[in-house]
Ligand binder design. Structure first.
Ligand code: SF4
Length: 363
């Protein structure tokens, strides 16, 4: 497991009997196991010490399938999050999760197999709707896969249904388990990309940009459809040349006709994140630049800067291949029009655009 070290496992008493828990304990034999959170002082250290080397196995009592927490002020793609875990073993300086969750540890939900049954019931009850589902919003989809074997649990169910896709989004090259399974249909292998500088300077514990793209190329050759996410785009020194280097690398390794979509989003953050970044990531450059508070309360680059970022990426990615399913994450109608020359107008329009991409690739 590249870069991921678990030093302690906390098992909630009611989580012990789950086969998922037993499999993990067997796999991580020799690692210290405690059967409850020892004292509240562990919690007090959040968010400055998220304890990314402690695995916390517990039961999730809420709904496993949730709409992406977009805000009504911006155009959202109406994605559905499959909530298998919260917090992430990787450590990107800009990660919103540092301020989003008020608990430490890598929390993994051991009742996923039960939860999945409920999720599939919902999906099966709405056969006319296309569900775009992903596990990579509250954690990295594959960083813990060698331990949790999520792909073995999820992929067979999603791959066999006609009104759903499962997107596994990662900054790792942990594709071994996924490749070993005999399923390709409706499983989208996705990578978060950035400029080479941001990948190496800000995305701690993630694999290099080249390794991500090489892993994506392997998945394409093995029959998977791929997706990419340039989110967050960050203004930094020579950012135009830097982002061009990433597109050149994509051109070198990837088949663009096997890309279902590429999202673009610019760096934005809840005001609470600022001090966390200053304290936890002293060398980070992500806060350099001018930000204003958006109508959703998050800090963002000034609109002309965002438009410049998006237009530049749109132009250069489209030059490479003109059918990449490019879309913007959480932007307004006017920013869409000015950056892309068209707009889906509202969240339903963006959902239709992305659902049509699903139909184009999978029928
Ligand atoms: S990979 Fe994603 S979830 Fe994990 S630390 Fe980075 S931004 Fe956060």
């Amino acid at each position: 497991m590249e870069g991921i070290k678990i030093k302690r496992i906390i098992v909630e008493p009611e989580a012990y009997s789950y086969p998922f828990t037993q499999r993990i304990l067997k796999k991580l034999q020799g690692i210290q196991v405690c059967n409850k959170i020892e004292n509240n002082s562990d919690i007090d250290y959040v968010p400055y010490d998220p304890k990314k080397d402690v695995l916390h196995l517990l039961i999730y009592k809420g709904d496993f399938l949730k709409p992406c927490p977009g805000t009504k002020e911006y155009i959202c793609c109406k994605y559905q999050i499959l909530n298998i875990a919260t917090n992430c073993p990787l450590d990107c300086s800009y990660c919103i999760l540092q301020a989003y969750f008020n608990h430490p540890y890598l929390r993994v939900f051991v009742n996923i197999e039960e939860g999945l049954k409920e999720v599939l019931k919902i999906i099966d009850s709405k056969k006319d709707e296309i569900f775009r589902v992903g596990t990579g919003e509250f954690t990295d989809s594959l960083a813990l896969d060698p331990i949790t074997e999520w792909s073995d649990i999820l992929i067979p169910h999603f791959s066999s249904r006609k009104n759903v896709i499962l997107e596994l989004k990662t900054k790792t090259a942990n594709i071994k388990r996924v490749l070993s399974l005999p399923y390709r249909e409706r499983i989208i292998m996705s990578w978060s990309l950035n400029s080479p500088f941001i990948c190496s300077h800000e995305e701690h514990r993630a694999v290099s940009l080249r390794k991500r793209i090489e892993a994506a190329a392997i998945c394409q050759r093995e029959g998977f459809v791929t997706g990419f996410h340039f989110d967050p785009l960050i203004i930094h020194k020579n950012w135009k040349e830097e982002y061009l280097k990433t597109i050149e690398l994509m051109d070198k390794y990837l088949d663009p006709s096997k890309i279902i979509w590429i999202s673009l989003g610019s760096f934005r953050y809840m005001p609470e994140l600022k001090n966390i970044i200053i304290k936890r990531h002293k060398k980070s450059i992500v806060l350099n630049g001018e930000f204003i508070k958006g109508i959703d309360g998050k800090m963002r680059y000034f609109k002309p800067i965002r438009i410049e970022l998006y237009s530049y990426m749109y132009e250069n990615l489209s030059k490479w291949y003109n059918d990449l399913g490019l879309y913007l994450c959480m932007e307004s109608d006017d920013v869409w029009s000015e950056s892309f020359g068209w707009s889906p107008k509202d969240s339903n329009g963006l959902k239709r655009f992305l659902d049509n991409r699903v139909v184009k690739f999978y029928g």
